[in-house]
Design a protein around this ligand. Structure first.
Ligand SMILES: [Zn+2]
Length: 466
């Protein structure tokens, strides 16, 4: 039987995997991820999974990005949902903040409140339980599922080793490794190949039949992939040169936020620099990272954090070293800052505030702006492999306008300080060769599945690509 079925695998985002097993003559199924299509994808009409006709026993989520969890509320209520504990908390923070936003439309607000209720329901949401260096196996009728924490731009992301019952196989089971979104160049990327060798292959005593692997970077193979450490070094040099810096970076990209936070500390060797963030929500996410990932390494500890919102209230602070309270704005002008903002109209006032300070001679240079998200969001065109330029459907017009406006004011925009959340072509090659799937390779989360055949992998592996 065909154990693996992938829906919408030929697009980046919104891919759904269903794995089946046969146990005591009964078919059982589990699903991995049920997310939304990303803007700009060809498949406009969202696909509907046939829940009645092909029921699933459980849904497993690899991580908290919307293209993997975005349609959680549509899953029938009797199906349990498995995810990481920190991922659950990150999502609670997100939906809580959105449900409280004053400008939220009623219908949208209700969705966020429903999502909150669901995420807090411990009968429905089951989280992976730590055991030794990894997580406990999950046994369901027909399946054993082993979750492994891996490196991605979302923190608390997983790949799954799944053994599915199949009486026709020599050892009674069909083994599927599902990578989820992953990469090798983040802080924890180095563990991927050792995990494959030790936990997946058990040092040669267990083989893998099918590999389901993401291929986001196949269409961006010309992008140079820098490591998070390289990003941190480049950012600290840049911040050393520029004392007043704004940053645009996702509130859930823990690794890059840590790179920038540390860079802000190194940029002023003795005292470091405060990182200001735009909301209480953002402060809560950073606290969560500090109290979870921060327990394993100081790199993930965010200490010198303040709320940019304090500028709106003209707030003043005083510590034991100060004889008089000092206004946040004066502190930012005097000591410099790294301030995370969103590319939205309502955050533009902060840039203007420091542009005014420059024009009034209170600071020595205009503030700079670092764009640390995928540049596909702010390009009007994209260039195909053959050099042809086509309109870029993933581009966000409001964000493009925002950046154009800042440039017009004379603000320097740095687009270089970013690294991808996805595996490089080299990493994909290494993982496929290491996993050495005996039956099939299913590329997913990619627009270029055919290009997997061009990878430097063994010839017999190329024949197994679906
Ligand atoms: Zn992702």
């Amino acid at each position: 039987m065909e154990h693996v079925k992938i829906y919408r695998g030929n697009q980046i985002g919104g891919c759904v995997t269903v794995i089946s097993a046969v146990s005591d003559g009964q078919i059982h199924r589990i699903m991995i991820d049920y997310g939304s299509s990303l803007p700009g994808n060809a498949a406009k009409e969202d696909f509907q999974y046939p829940w009645e006709k092909e029921p699933v026993d459980a849904v497993f989520f690899t991580h908290y990005h919307g293209d993997h969890v975005g349609r959680m509320l549509e899953i029938p209520e009797d199906i349990p949902l498995y995810m990481g504990e920190v991922a659950r908390k990150v999502m609670i923070n997100i939906h809580d903040a959105l449900a409280k936003r004053p400008d939220m439309e009623e219908a949208e607000r209700k969705k966020h409140e429903d999502a909150l209720r669901l995420l807090k329901n411990e009968n429905r949401i089951l989280t992976f339980k730590p055991e030794g260096n990894h997580y406990e196996d999950i046994n369901l009728p027909g399946f054993t599922i082993e979750p492994y924490s891996i490196d991605h731009s979302a923190y608390d992301a997983y790949m799954f080793m799944i053994e599915a019952d199949d009486g026709e196989r020599p050892y009674g089971r069909y083994r599927v490794l599902h990578t989820g979104d992953f990469r090798g160049h983040g802080r924890r990327g180095g563990i991927m190949l050792p995990i494959i060798d030790s936990c997946i292959h058990r040092f040669g005593s267990r083989s893998v039949d099918a590999l389901v692997i993401e291929g986001t970077m196949m269409s961006r193979s010309k992008e140079k992939v820098k490591t998070e450490t390289e990003l941190m070094i480049e950012a600290s040099r840049y911040l050393h040169k520029h004392k007043w810096a704004f940053l645009i970076c996702s509130s859930t990209n823990l690794d890059s936020l840590a790179s920038f936070y540390q860079a802000a500390q190194f940029s002023n060797r003795k005292y470091g620099r405060y990182m200001y963030v735009y909301s209480n929500y953002f402060m809560e996410q950073l606290d969560l990272y500090t109290n979870t990932a921060g327990n394993f390494t100081d790199i993930y500890k965010f200490k010198k954090i303040a709320n940019l919102h304090d500028l709106d209230y003209d707030k003043a602070y005083q510590n034991e070293k100060m004889t008089v309270p000092m206004k946040v704005r004066d502190m930012m002008e005097r000591f410099g800052f790294l301030a995370v903002i969103k590319p939205e109209d309502y955050h533009e006032k902060y840039i203007d505030m420091f542009m005014d300070a420059y024009q009034a001679g209170r600071i020595d240079e205009p503030p700079v702006l670092i764009w640390s998200m995928w540049n596909g969001y702010v390009n009007k065109y994209r260039t195909l492999e053959n050099g042809e330029k086509i309109p870029n459907k993933a581009g966000n017009d409001a964000w493009i306008d925002f950046l154009d406006r800042q440039r017009a004011k004379g603000i320097e925009i740095n687009m270089e300080l970013h690294t991808s959340g996805h595996a490089s072509v080299k990493m994909l090659t290494d993982v496929i060769n290491a996993v050495d799937p005996q039956d099939k390779i299913y590329p997913m989360h990619t627009e270029c599945a055919e290009d997997f055949k061009k990878l430097k992998i063994r010839a017999k592996l190329k024949d197994r690509i679906q």
